[in-house]
Design a protein around this ligand. Structure first.
Ligand code: NDP
Ligand code: GDP
Length: 350
């Protein structure tokens, strides 16, 4: 029989890649989205699956909405990917972040417990929960020390997921995923901000990029690999929690240097702290400058994951390494920017 899955956050990066994977496995995919006044199905369309996902309205702040969707569909699998996912925004909107990233997860689990207890549940947890890290690298046993309202909310969601598994025997998993990116990554996240910004500078549309902490280190992988891990977590004999990561870490500065290299630009660094600039060594032009407004009230300086458990138990392996990821994102943004320029030139000529 055809399996059914509900994926919350279908308009987001992971929602799109996961839907693509589930459709390829012949699932009936219900994607939930909150109401929007604009067409926000761009990512699904980009992957060519815009008309294959059944999109249904679901606002995570609305318990009755969640309850009625779950009671009507009673899916085999439920992937909770929806969240206020941007760490910086969580400092501005801590209560909203707690509602959507923490309490909403209990709303979903309660609805599943009451209406569809056999549904297998995946919670999108995050390496941000490790925060001020207590061990290097971080694995499933590393103690947590969250450093943002986002991470605190996600930690609640992580524990409530485990609690429902232990209390009610529900098949509920928490995937502790390290940063994963792609050409579909939200444009405010640092990787995409860099690749889009560099492409725009290259095409003469933007003067420079302003960034914050260049020393932060992240374990960056490819989103397509990570959604495969989510699916695997729900196919096991018993529910459990897993870290997904590459085991490799790089600074924001290293990401920028490598991305610029793909444009044939050799970035050199001058100055320190807020006065640091990334300069094209051939022309002396400043491409990257620091704006302290991008510093965070509390920072996560270093993340590097140990995915041994997922490798052994799920047979999960990330296929895209850092260098390929940077290249994939840089090439996609350059191609999009060049296409844009072409379109404008043609329109002007017409
Ligand atoms: P995105 O920000 O791309 O997507 C988030 C999704 O959540 C969007 O579809 C958004 O809808 C939806 N959403 C936000 N608020 C609400 C709400 N109140 N009601 C209903 N839907 C809402 O995130 P990603 O795809 O990158 O991440 C997926 C999940 O994984 C998130 O929970 C994130 O926190 C977590 N995660 C991500 C990591 C990463 O590196 N990408 C790392 C670890 C965890 P809209 O389009 O309307 O805004
Ligand atoms: P996060 O790991 O979920 O917070 O993902 P981000 O991509 O938002 O940030 C990764 C790291 O890049 C953090 O340590 C940020 O402080 C750092 N960073 C430096 N400059 C910027 C910037 O301009 N925007 C963002 N989003 N992050 C930045």
């Amino acid at each position: 029989m055809q399996k059914t899955a509900i994926v919350t956050g279908i308009t987001g990066q992971d929602g799109a890649y996961l839907a693509q994977l589930l459709l390829a496995k012949n699932y009936k995919v219900y994607g939930t989205a909150r109401r929007s006044s604009v067409d926000n199905m761009q990512r699904l369309k980009h992957l060519g699956i815009g008309d294959q996902v059944e999109v249904i309205g679901m606002e995570l702040m609305e318990p009755s909405n969640i309850q009625s969707v779950i009671a009507a569909i009673k899916p085999d699998e439920f992937y909770n990917l929806a969240a206020q996912s941007f760490v910086a925004a969580s400092f501005e909107q801590p209560l909203y972040t707690a509602e959507v990233d923490a309490l909403a997860v209990t709303r979903i689990l309660e609805s599943l417990r009451l209406s569809s207890p056999k549904t297998r549940f995946y919670q999108a947890s995050t390496s941000e929960m490790f925060g001020q890290v207590r061990a290097i690298p971080q694995n499933e046993d590393t103690p947590f020390h969250p450093r943002s309202p986002y991470a605190v909310a996600k930690l609640y969601a992580h524990h409530i997921t485990i609690n429902y598994r232990e209390s009610y025997g529900m098949y509920a998993c928490s995937g502790i995923l390290f940063n994963h990116e792609s050409p579909l990554r939200g444009s405010e996240f640092v990787t995409r901000k860099i690749t889009r910004g560099l492409a725009a500078i290259k095409c003469g549309k933007q003067d420079r990029i302003e960034l914050g902490n260049m020393d932060a280190k992240r374990d960056w992988g490819f989103a397509g690999d990570y959604v495969a891990g989510m699916w695997s977590m729900l196919q096991q004999k018993e529910a459990d929690d897993y870290v997904l990561a590459t085991g490799d870490t790089h600074t924001v500065r290293e990401f920028a240097v490598l991305a610029a290299k793909h444009l044939g630009v050799n970035l050199e660094w001058r100055g320190e702290g807020v006065n640091e600039t990334g300069i094209d060594s051939a022309t002396g032009k400043v491409w990257i400058a620091i704006n302290p407004k991008y510093y965070r009230p509390a920072e996560v300086n270093l993340l590097i994951g140990d995915p041994s458990k997922a490798k052994t138990k799920l047979n999960w392996n990330p296929s895209v390494r850092f260098e390929q990821l940077v290249q994939m994102m840089m090439e996609a943004d350059l191609a999009a920017e060049e296409k844009n320029t072409e379109k404008k030139t043609t329109n002007m000529a017409a």
